[in-house]
Design a protein around this ligand. Structure first.
Ligand code: ADP
Ligand code: ZN
Length: 524
């Protein structure tokens, strides 16, 4: 069997050798076993079901959540001479009927189906007939993390895919995903009844991607332009938080002479498709997009992925950055974030409609990401650690490895900041509290009598920017939280107590440099 697979790999797909775990996975499925495959984006998941589908009797049914993705895959297979088709809502009845006939006549190796379509009585019945006739080679469940309620791509229909196992227990199933933190992994196995499947966990390391995190000043536009100056003529993706941010950023980049295009779910489908096509076909297009863009985009020479706003979780971040450098050549993942992002995302989660349990989980995920951003250790170690993979030593290809950040004892500065938040009544955001700390007599400061507080002007050894960094790190460390009912006013958390009482030391990253003069000016 293995030789047949290798032959097919070489003759049909034109690749000389299998990569990573591909051979083992294919062997497992060809022999009728179930498999759960965790492989990073670009790792080569498709072949893991395409080859077994071609080698086993009958047609392989591939469940895929994205219509655009299906069409691309089927087109690519046609070019290789593979007999593939898809069934989804874009087809008219006659074309769909024709494809059904081809399935029943044994004329297909691969059939891609949208999950809601697959679950329809008509389609289940069709598979029954194919099963009894030319045969069903396997079921492949692509983007299997869509079954996870906690993930960012939850699809209700994925929950019902257990029907495949119940109805056709003898047909092997292979579930694939690039999202592989331990809880999601467990949930996939559970929800898809794949507890007994063999798990194939590939290394998630992408050694050619250089990770960098930068702190945002204002909107971050200047920093983005500086970053892009190092990538002139490169193809890349810039992820932004909202549709509005996407449009604005794309305009700014265009104005700066960069070949940028916008992409978000609110744009007309034709424009979106046209922009996607240009990104794939032309050189040097910078796609400015929400996370609606990217799943299944197979462009090998994406040289950078930039996040101009904070993503929501490490998994999401890793998946998005994984779209860079699939060709193995050097690529960069650059993340720019600021205090405003943290406050906004926290507010958005808190104000959302989700259950309290889900909110807590989302906040924890955000905290993990913040921890990553503020960390002084190797970024790669931190990321892979999140996926339960250890990385030996420092990677030498991330900002923290290349320019080790200094950390400094920020305990005293943190105490000043926290006590100033407390003294001003926990009713103000960073701007005002910093004015009080620095002794800037604004109208508001005077109006509230904050120039009379014991914390007035105790922090003029740091400039506003350094204070802003301190507040960001305090929020990231969970010592302060933004009160969303009071326009982001800071409130102390219960964890702030030990710091205020001098029972806990804090260390800050270099970008809030150690103040020149740490002597207290007033009593505090
Ligand atoms: P994934 O679905 O895991 O993101 P794909 O299946 O789209 O990845 O594969 C990513 C790229 O790697 C594709 O361009 C594919 O042709 C290529 N590829 C896959 N397997 C091999 C292999 N064994 N040798 C060389 N290239 C491969
Ligand atoms: Zn590193």
């Amino acid at each position: 069997m293995e030789n047949a697979a290798l032959d097919l790999l070489r003759t049909t797909f034109g690749h000389p050798e299998f990569r990573g775990e591909q051979a083992a996975i294919i062997d497992c499925v060809v022999n009728g076993g179930d498999a759960l495959v965790l492989m990073p984006t670009g790792g080569g998941k498709s072949l893991c079901y395409q080859l077994p589908a071609m080698l086993r009797k009958g047609c392989g049914i591939v469940v895929s959540p994205l219509i655009a993705l299906m069409q691309d895959q089927v087109e690519a297979l046609h070019q290789l001479g593979v007999r593939a088709a898809f069934l989804n809502s874009t087809l008219d009845a006659a074309t769909a009927g024709d494809i059904e006939q081809r399935l029943l006549a044994g004329e297909l190796d691969l059939l891609y189906v949208a999950p809601e379509r697959l679950l329809s009585p008509r389609c289940l019945n069709l598979i029954d007939r194919a099963h009894a006739g030319p045969g069903i080679a396997l079921f492949a469940i692509d983007e299997a993390h869509c079954v996870s309620q906690w993930g960012h791509d939850f699809r209700r229909e994925y929950r019902e895919l257990t029907v495949l196992h119940e109805r056709w227990p003898d047909i092997p199933r292979i579930a694939l995903t690039a999202t592989a933190d331990e809880p999601t992994r467990r949930e996939i196995a559970e929800r898809l009844a794949l507890e007994d499947a063999r798990q194939f966990v590939s290394s998630f390391d992408r050694p050619n991607i250089r990770y960098r995190v930068a702190q945002k000043d204002g909107s971050g536009q200047r920093a983005l332009l500086d970053f892009l100056a190092g990538h002139r003529g490169d193809s890349g993706i810039v992820y932004a938080f909202s549709r509005k941010r996407v449009e604005k950023t794309a305009e700014q980049l265009q104005a700066a002479g960069i070949n940028a295009l916008p992409y978000h779910a609110g744009m007309p489908a034709e424009v979106r498709a046209a922009n996607q096509r240009r990104f794939l076909q032309e050189d040097g297009v910078v796609m400015v997009a929400t996370i609606a863009f990217g799943m299944g985009i197979d462009k090998p020479d994406v040289r950078f992925v930039a996040h101009v706003d904070l993503p929501k979780s490490i998994e999401g971040y890793y998946q998005e950055t994984g779209r860079a450098g699939r060709d193995g050549e050097p690529a960069e993942a650059w993340l720019n974030y600021g205090l405003g992002d943290v406050v906004n995302l926290r507010m958005l989660i808190n104000q959302g409609e989700a259950s309290d349990e889900r909110k807590r989980l989302e906040l924890r995920k955000l905290d993990a990401l913040l921890g990553y951003c503020e960390s002084t250790r190797c970024r790669r170690q931190a990321l892979l650690g999140w996926f339960a993979e250890s990385h030996p030593g420092n990677c030498g290809n991330c900002d923290n490895c290349l320019n080790p950040p200094e950390s400094w004892d920020g305990t005293e500065v943190a105490r000043k900041a926290l006590s100033c938040v407390y003294r001003t009544g926990q009713r103000f955001g960073a701007g005002h509290v910093i004015d009080v700390l620095r002794g800037t007599p604004t109208d508001r400061v005077v109006q509230f009598g904050h120039d009379k507080l014991s914390t007035w002007a105790i922090g003029d050894n740091l400039d506003a920017r350094q204070w802003s960094s301190v507040f960001r790190q305090l929020v990231a460390a969970g010592l302060l939280e933004a009160d969303h009912e009071r326009h982001g006013a800071f409130r102390l958390t219960s964890d702030a107590g030990p710091v205020l009482r001098g029972e806990r030391q804090l260390h800050f990253r270099r970008d809030a440099p150690k103040p020149a003069n740490t002597r207290k000016r007033n009593g505090s």
